[in-house]
Design a protein around this ligand. Structure first.
Ligand SMILES: Cc1ncc(COP(=O)(O)O)c(C=O)c1O
Length: 381
C-alpha cells in the first residue's frame, strides 16, 4: 500500500490526474499467479497496461507477452522479448503483424480457419477455441460466448490443428479465453471442460493456453487446479495470459476535486473523468474511491469528470467527508485498462504515470501536452 502522504507528494510533484503504481503490489500479484499456477508459462496481456517500465520489470522476471497489435509487438521487442516470450493473438491480424511476429520468432494464436494460409511459413501456432458459454461478466467483456467473434468452434478445432500440420506449421495446442473481470471459478471450469472434451479427437498437444480473465479476488488456486486437470488430459504444458490480475490492484488514479453541485443528484466534480478512466462508462465498472483529506463521512456523492458527456462518471453514491476544494481522491484498482484506455478526447492530454518503488517515486510517463496531441496534424505540406 502506498502511504497517503506519498500519494499527496506524487500529486504535488507530478500534477493530477495522475496514475500511480505500487511496485510491491505488482510483484505480489505475479507471486500469487506463480504460486497458484506452478510452472505454467505466464504471458502478460499487455493491453491491460503497456507502460514500458512495467513491461521491463515483467520481462526481467521472466514473464512473456501476449500482443494483439503491431504496436504491442513493437513494445515487446522494445523491452527485449522475443521467441517463446511473445504470443501474437487477435481476430484480424494484419500482414505487417504476421511479419513482425515472425521476425521475433513469436507463437501465433490462430483465430479462424483461413489464418492457416496466412501464417508465415513454419510458424508455431495455437488454435483458439470458442467454448460458446455464457459467463458472469459484462456482455462487452465476454469473449467465449456463442455470439462472440473470437476463435473457432470446438467442432472445427481438430481440423484446424490438422490443417496447420499439413501446411508445415508446428501446431502446439489449443487456446481459450472466455472474457475479462470474471470472478466465478465455475465459468473457467466449464470452459476448460469444453476443451478437455476434445480429447481423444485431439491428442498429444504440447500446450494448453487457458488465457486470462481472472477478476480481482478470483479463486486463483481453484482456477489453476481446473486448468491443470484439463492440461493433463492432453499431456500438455500449461500457459496463462493474465492481464488485469497482474496490474489492476497496483494502480491508483489520483484526481483533485474541482467543485461540487447539486442537481437531481449531488455531484463532486473532479479533474479526471472518462478520458482518463473509461471503464465505469464503458462497462459500468466499479472502482473503490478514497478521500485523502481528513474528516468523518458526511454524505454520498456521484464523482463526475469534466467531459461534456452525461455518462462521464467515475463512481456513484460514494460516502465521503465534507468535500475540500482541491482535495485528492484516490480511485483504486485502476492499474488495468485505465491508462491503456485513456484518450485525448476533448484535446485532454493523457495523464502522467509514476511508480512507487523502494519508498521513492519514479516518473514512468510524462504528462502529454496539447502540442503532443496535435503534433501529427502539423507540418504535413
Ligand atoms: C486473448 C486474451 N488473453 C488475455 C486477455 C487478458 O484478460 P484479462 O486482462 O481479463 O486477464 C485478454 C483480454 O482481453 C485477451 O483477449
Amino acid at each position: 500500500m502506498i502511504p497517503h502522504a506519498a500519494l499527496q507528494t506524487a500529486a504535488d510533484r507530478f500534477g493530477t490526474p495522475l496514475y500511480v503504481y505500487d511496485a510491491s503490489e505488482l510483484d505480489a500479484a505475479l507471486g500469487r499467479v506463480r504460486s497458484a499456477f506452478g510452472g505454467a508459462q505466464v504471458y502478460y496481456a499487455m493491453k491491460a497496461n503497456p507502460n514500458l517500465t512495467l513491461l521491463r520489470r515483467m520481462h526481467a522476471a521472466g514473464v512473456g507477452f501476449e500482443c494483439v497489435s503491431g504496436g504491442e509487438i513493437a513494445r515487446a521487442e522494445e523491452v527485449g522479448a522475443s521467441g517463446d516470450r511473445v504470443l501474437v493473438n487477435g481476430p484480424a491480424k494484419l500482414p505487417g503483424e504476421y511479419a513482425a511476429g515472425a521476425r521475433l520468432g513469436a507463437t501465433f494464436v490462430v483465430d479462424r480457419e483461413e489464418e492457416v494460409g496466412l501464417l508465415p511459413p513454419g510458424s508455431r501456432a495455437l488454435v483458439r477455441v470458442n467454448p460458446a458459454l455464457a459467463v458472469s461478466t459484462h456482455d462487452h467483456l465476454a469473449t467465449g460466448a456463442a455470439g462472440s467473434k473470437f476463435g473457432v468452434t470446438p467442432a472445427q478445432a481438430p481440423g484446424v490443428l490438422r490443417a496447420l500440420r499439413d501446411a508445415g506449421h508446428t501446431a502446439l495446442g489449443l487456446h481459450v479465453h472466455i472474457g475479462s473481470a470474471i470472478r466465478d471459478a465455475a465459468d473457467f471450469s466449464a470452459a476448460f471442460a469444453r476443451l478437455a472434451e476434445l480429447h481423444p479427437a485431439v491428442s498429444d498437444l504440447d500446450v494448453l493456453d487457458v488465457g486470462g480473465g481472472w477478476g480481482v479476488g478470483a479463486d486463483l488456486p481453484g482456477i489453476a487446479r481446473e486448468a491443470r486437470a484439463a492440461a493433463s488430459v492432453f499431456g500438455a504444458e500449461l500457459w496463462v495470459e493474465p492481464g488485469r490480475y497482474l496490474v489492476a490492484q497496483a494502480g491508483t488514479l489520483l484526481t483533485r476535486v474541482v467543485g461540487q453541485k447539486r442537481t437531481g443528484r449531488p455531484f463532486l466534480l473532479t479533474d479526471a473523468g472518462m478520458t482518463e478512466l473509461l471503464r465505469p462508462m464503458l462497462y459500468g465498472a466499479e472502482h473503490p474511491v478514497t478521500a485523502l483529506w481528513e474528516g468523518e463521512p458526511a454524505g454520498t456523492w456521484d464523482v463526475a469528470g469534466p467531459a461534456c458527456e452525461s455518462g462521464d462518471l467515475l463512481a456513484r453514491d460514494v460516502l465521503l467527508p465534507a468535500p475540500v476544494p482541491g482535495g485528492l481522491l484516490a480511485i483504486g484498482e485502476a492499474g488495468a485498462y485505465g491508462a491503456s484506455m485513456s484518450s485525448t478526447y476533448l484535446t485532454r492530454p493523457r495523464p502522467a504515470e509514476a511508480l512507487w518503488e523502494g519508498g521513492e517515486w519514479r516518473p514512468i510517463r510524462r504528462r502529454e501536452t496539447p502540442q503532443d496531441v496535435w503534433a501529427m496534424e502539423q507540418g504535413l505540406e
